[in-house]
Structures are given as C-alpha cells and as structure tokens.
Design a binder for this molecule. Structure first.
Ligand code: ZN
Length: 259
C-alpha cells in the first residue's frame, strides 16, 4: 500500500484490505455518523462524521498559502487517486490516460485557486512536483516534504482532493492538520465545505505533517458530469475556486461563512 494513499478510500485499497477496512468502516458508521447529512447543490454530499474541533487561532493577512494537487507526485498503482464514477463504473475514457481523473481535476483546481487568490490579494502560490511518481514519500520534491517545510516556516499548506464515488467516499470537507493550532482559515473552510474529524483514518500522512486536506466532493454524479462537460467545466472550476478563496479571505478577516 502506498504511503500517500488518498484520504478517501480508493478501490485498490479496499480490494487489498477488504476485511480489515470494512471492520473499521462499520465502526465509524456506527459511532461517528451524526444525525443528519447535507447535500450541496454543486458539490454533492458533505462529510457526515462526528467532529468537534474548532479553529480559533487568528490568521494574519501576511500568511503565505501553498496550494498543492493531491496525488501529483504519486501516480503509482495504489496512490493515484480516484478514477471517478464515469471511468470506473460508466466506461468513459479518462480525461488523460497518463494520470487519474482525480489528479486531472486537482491540477486544474490548484492553478485556478492560485490565480483567483492572487487577484484577491492573497499571498498564495502553487506547487508542482514536476515528476508524477516519486517512490519515496519523504523525497524533497514530494507534496509532503514541500508542504511540511512550508508549514514549519509558519505558512499554510493545503492539498486539494476529490473523494471516491459511491460507498467508498465520505464527501466534501476539510481534514485539518493534526495540531493544537487550528486557525480561523481552517474554521472557515470547514464551515464552507464540511468538517472531517481531526484523526480521520487514524491520522493521515499529510495532516501529520501539518498539511490541510480539502476534499472538494465525491468524483461522481452531477459534480463529475459538470466537470466533464466542456460547456460547464470552466464555470465549475471557477465557482469551486472562488468558494475556496472566499473561505480563506473570510478566515483571515476572522469572520465565518454562513452555512
Ligand atoms: Zn485524493
């Protein structure tokens, strides 16, 4: 199993570890599901797991945001990210046969978020590892290494993901860093997208390194269709990026986005 396995459950992972993982999954379902779930008109289901962290620390306007595309450095067999419902279940062609559909969308979103963020006056850059499959997760060019370094210097590192389709995914939401210093931008992103528990799946590699993970939504249904449709693609990418940048800006201002 790849150390950089997606925060969502990918099919390969389930296939390899079906018995063990289904055990965990049923425990999660029984004890951590809250009493209602929310369906976003654009993003689909929002994560519905019990979570009680609050981001309280103030974020200065000078904060440097680093945006990374999930799986950009791990297109190996188990860490590639979700193929999405269209490819995996409906027999559609991948967007780019050399990478997972999830990475295809993660890359477009990363660049759009940085572009819009700069226009809005944020101190924000994107990171491109340049190599699509780095075997060692701690190699200096991986998202993990570059993100961890950025966080150590006082910056905010955010990795973009799409969650798996169907029963394998949980939905949109922020997986916070494993940290006592969760801040107002974490709070704002969680208010806008949903809130994963702090120790989701026992603590993932990225959050352990201080990197935040944003699950945009499950790569399925209306969200995936409107991304694949050339007529609506640009608008969806722009809308999602605007929502992320809005949440960051409101977090810096110390305000909450109303649900
Ligand atoms: Zn992912």
């Amino acid at each position: 199993m790849n150390r950089r396995n997606c925060p969502h459950i990918n099919v390969f992972f389930l296939f390899l570890g079906a018995v063990g993982f289904f055990g965990i999954f049923s425990v999660l379902s029984a004890t951590e599901k809250s009493s209602f779930s929310y369906l976003d008109p654009l993003l689909g289901p929002r994560v519905d797991l019990k979570s009680d962290w609050i981001g309280r620390h103030k974020v200065p306007g000078s904060m440097h945001f680093l945006i990374m595309a999930g799986h950009a450095d791990s297109q190996g067999i188990s860490g590639a990210g979700t193929a999405g419902e269209a490819v995996a279940l409906q027999g559609k062609s991948p967007m780019d046969s050399s990478i997972s559909d999830e990475l295809y969308w993660n890359l477009l979103l990363r660049d759009a978020i940085v572009h819009i963020g700069k226009e809005r006056g944020l101190h924000i850059t994107g990171y491109e590892p340049g190599i699509r499959n780095v075997d060692d997760g701690n190699h200096p060019s991986t998202n993990w290494s570059v993100g961890a370094k950025h966080v150590k210097k006082g910056g905010y590192a955010l990795e973009i993901h799409f969650d798996s389709y169907g029963e394998y995914g949980f939905g949109s939401g922020l997986i916070p860093a494993i940290s006592l210093n969760l801040n107002a931008v974490d709070e704002s992103l969680a208010n806008s997208f949903g809130r994963y528990p702090i120790f989701f799946r026992g603590g993932l590699g990225a959050p352990k390194r201080g990197i935040r993970i944003l699950e945009i939504g499950k790569l399925e249904g209306k969200l995936e269709k409107s991304l694949r449709n050339k007529q609506s693609r640009n608008k969806v990418i722009e809308d999602v990026s605007n929502r992320i940048v809005d949440a960051i800006v409101l977090g810096i201002q110390g305000e909450k986005i109303p649900n």
